[in-house]
Structures are given as C-alpha cells and as structure tokens.
Design a protein. Structure first.
Length: 246
C-alpha cells in the first residue's frame, strides 16, 4: 500500500473528527463543554472508554510484550475490568450523591483545598507525561511508514496533529469528546480485526490453528506463578510500564 494512500486515510480520519466536532458543538455552552449537560448516552461513554484505555502504545508495544512473556498483558485487562466495576458501583454513586464532577472535588470536600490541588497537580503531570510519550510514539510510526516517504518533516507532523487535536477538543468539550472517542474506538477495533484477519490469511491458517500454534510455543500463557522465574518480575515491570504510559 502506497504512502500516499495511507496518508489520505489519516487526513480523512481527522476530517471526520472535525465534522463530528462541528455538529456536536452547535449551541454548546459551559455545561456542555465541561460536563456534557449531564445527559450523555451511557453506552457511547462506555464504548468510548475502550478507546481511552487503548493507544498507539498498545498496538505497537503489546505484540512485542506477548513475544517475550506470552499473554501476560491480559492481566492488565483483567485489572481494568475490576477497576471499572469498582468505579461504577462505588465511586460513581458517590459522585452523583454529592453532585460532584470529578474525584478532585471530593478530595476538596473530604480533605480540604491542599488535597484537592495536590491530587489535581499529580494528575496533570502524569497525564501530560503519558500523553506526550504516546503521541511521540504515534508520530514516529507515521513518520517511519508514511511521512518520511513524502518528505514531510517531523516538526510539521507534530504541529498539525496537535492543532487537529486542539481544534476538535476545544470546539465542543466533553460533549464532542464522547462522540469522537466512540469514533476512535470504532476505528481502532476495526483496525485490530483487519490486522488479525490479514495476519491469519498470510499464515494460511484459521483462528483455531493459530491459537494452537501459539499454545505450542508457550505464547498463550496468561499467568506466571513461578516466583523464581525471571519472567515473573519481568511481567510485573512490563505491565507497570505500560500502565504508566497510558
């Protein structure tokens, strides 16, 4: 597939995001920007959360992790499920009961303004570092496989992508992000399915035969309970690193 065709997909994707931002931001106000008027469709929010828990780091680094330690990364996914259940049944009812919009307002109510500012500061720092690492990785992938062949400099790519993100985010706030996250999740999962089908087709096997081959090579292992194994600590390190990058 040519670099020009791949680049047209990227441009088309960002144009779709901008169109979605335009239509969802009409008649928007402060409530729609910051809290989505408190009437966002819960199914869209839940589906969009899949995309927020995934990133370019997932698609680039997780296959390498599986090659080293099998399906141990699936333990992180199990942790996400447990965390989402706790949020849904413990934290969200508390937020609604106290009419809060974030955990930081709860920290202020429960522990005071210092706790509120400290929690918010650590969140901003961690998310800034994590988002920077993810964005750097994604831009590098675009440069290596597409834009270097078109003689587009790295700085220009970074500037345009950041500008696009700012445009569709500030256009409509949370109300827009709910729909754009849903769109991003749809494209990411579609890309995953296409990749799996393409790989299986080139391997000349079915899903069952591919899984059997992975099992024979020990790559389908999820849990490593041998504390004396070097891979035991390696799995913990890799999972912690990937979680921080999110």
């Amino acid at each position: 597939m040519s670099a020009t065709l791949l680049f047209s997909f990227v441009i088309g994707y960002f144009l779709i995001l901008l169109v979605v931002a335009y239509f969802t931001s009409r008649n928007s106000n402060n409530d729609s920007f910051f809290i989505g008027n408190k009437n966002s469709n819960w199914m869209l929010v839940a589906f969009g959360m899949i995309g927020t828990s995934l990133s370019g780091v997932t698609f680039v680094s997780v296959p390498g992790t599986v090659g080293i330690s099998g399906f141990a990364y699936f333990q992180v996914v199990i942790g996400y499920v447990i965390g989402y259940v706790l949020i849904a049944f413990v934290l969200l009812p508390l937020y609604y009961r106290l009419n809060l919009t974030s955990i930081y307002h709860y920290l202020q109510t429960r522990f005071g303004i210092v706790s509120y500012k400290t929690g918010a500061l650590f969140f901003i720092i961690s998310r800034t570092l994590g988002a920077t690492a993810r964005l750097y990785l994604v831009i590098n992938v675009l440069q290596i496989f597409i834009l270097d062949k078109l003689n587009v400099p790295f700085g220009a790519t970074t500037f345009v992508i950041l500008l696009m993100i700012l445009l569709y985010t500030f256009e409509g706030g949370v109300k827009t992000i709910v729909f754009t996250d849903t769109l991003q999740t749809s494209f990411m999962l579609l890309g995953l399915i296409v990749t799996i089908v393409y790989i299986m087709h080139n391997m000349g096997g079915s899903l069952g035969s591919v899984m059997s081959e992975l099992n024979e090579k020990g790559l389908s292992r999820i849990f490593n309970t041998d504390v004396n194994s070097s891979a035991f600590l390696l799995n913990i390190f890799l999972e912690a690193r990937l979680s921080l990058l999110r």
